[in-house]
Write a protein that binds this ligand. Structure first.
Ligand code: HEC
Length: 202
């Protein structure tokens, strides 16, 4: 779609997708690497001018010199209370240990790794999608006017194929389907995690 605009095609120096992939093999490789399939990335509802601004921003950041990244704060000699180093203990707690066998812990990590938490909160706050706090066991209203009880099967379907049962008040097609992206065991861990966030059946 972008290449159909003369200005974009001019700047890229190509006007077909095939030529684009030839010229920018990393773009082709990235699509190949995720199996040439549906992307995890949702179709974000940006306007054309907003897309142009994001591209400009990415060009700007790509020109930064990131040698020596991440920056080390220079706090020596400063006296105000904010000028303290990040305690290493806090950093260690934030990252749960890899390979832990507890499904709830694994689930919590999976929702971070798969970007779910960009759209779902573990509490009551409604972000892009419904909140997960107290969801388990509750009766939810679906967009087609029917009601459903949130159990393991409901959550599993909602993750694998979100467009089959749309939560009332939310749009279809916003949440990407995870059927090709998560293993059965990973979905089960995520379900265990959402169950652990409370609800009527606890
Ligand atoms: C781009 C935003 C987005 C991402 C990323 C996303 N979701 Fe969703 N999700 C939604 C929206 C919007 C809905 C409501 C529409 C629907 O039911 O499909 C939803 C619905 C759900 C529901 C049903 C909730 C209910 O009350 O009916 C569950 C469960 C869920 N998502 C789990 C997940 C999990 C697990 C992941 C990550 C593996 C994830 N979502 C990633 C946006 C997202």
């Amino acid at each position: 779609m972008q290449l159909q605009k003369p200005a974009v095609a001019d700047e890229a120096g190509v006007d077909t997708l095939e030529a684009y992939f030839d010229k920018y093999p990393a773009a082709a490789e990235r699509i190949h690497r995720r199996g040439g399939q549906t992307t995890v990335m949702p179709n974000l509802q940006f306007r054309t001018d907003e897309v142009a601004r994001i591209i400009a921003f990415l060009k700007y950041t790509s020109q930064m010199d990131t040698e020596g990244w991440p920056p080390v704060p220079q706090v020596a000699g400063l006296t105000f209370p904010q000028a303290t180093k990040m305690p290493t203990a806090a950093v260690a707690v934030a990252a749960p240990p890899k390979g832990s066998d507890d499904p709830v812990t694994r689930g919590a990590r999976l929702v971070e790794d798969n970007g779910c938490s960009a759209c779902h909160s573990a509490g009551n706050e409604v972000l892009v999608g419904p909140a997960w706090g107290q969801l388990y066991g509750s009766d939810v209203m679906l967009a087609d006017g029917t009601r459903a009880t949130v159990d393991d099967a409901f959550l599993t379907r909602a993750i694998l194929d979100p467009d089959v049962q749309i939560a009332a008040g939310f749009d279809k097609g916003v949440m990407p389907p995870y059927a090709n992206l998560l293993e059965t065991e990973q979905v089960a861990a995520i379900v265990a995690y959402i169950r652990s966030l409370g609800g009527e059946d606890q």
